[in-house]
Design a protein around this ligand. Sequence first.
Ligand code: GLP
Length: 247
Amino acid sequence: MSSDPVTFTVFTSERTATRALAERLQDHLNAKCGLVLGLPTGRTPIPLYKRLVALQRVGRIDLSGATTFNLDEFWGIGPDHPGSYRAFMTRHLFGSVPISPERIHFLDGSASDAAAECARYEDDLARAGGIDVQVLGLGANGHIGFNEPGQFLHARTHLASLKPQTRRANAGLFGHDVSRVPLQALSMGMATILQARHIYLLAVGRRKSRAVRGMIKGPLTPRLPASFLQLHHRVEVFVDRSAAEGL
Ligand code: GLP
């Protein structure tokens, strides 16, 4: 047992890390009908979603009873915009599994009042009984969802300003034109995320190694929001060798 506050496993490849996480999700889905899942976007979870679609096809999981809450959404674009996280999730998961639309929860980036939309999301989360299993990716700058590094963190779902590095990392969703990436996004807050009963974080590639090290070995600091995962008693990090280089 490692003395690190966060349990982590280093896998030989992205593929094995992804498969191991998919298996863990399979166990959760099979153990609890009506599981409430918190889901991320980004390049990292794409192979994971592919795997879940495959597991659904062969009947090893059944997502039809699950409820999902996505972590974040760009502000100022609607769910039908091809760059939205909603559209991303339809492309990579929701369009290929039999999950009913009323069980899929998203922040609405085209809402007229950001504060009211954030409060609505927190209410929906509470009504669903909270998140059983939260899956996370990791920003290269240590962000979680869109909880960006800074002098302080937001506890609850909020409107966040995106760092230039984060907008660049998301440019692929906007035709690789960073000027088209929204300047702001709605995101679950750190306390919202830390309320999940189980948290799994997947990080692959050398680009993530500094953030992985800070998250696991560094001090708790809002300058690396993922470090706050050290406060959770059931968090597991799945990394490949490259992401684990700094450990
Ligand atoms: C975005 C998302 C995060 C995600 C991060 C990492 O900024 N808001 O939730 O973890 O990207 O993305 P990638 O997996 O592409 O490195």
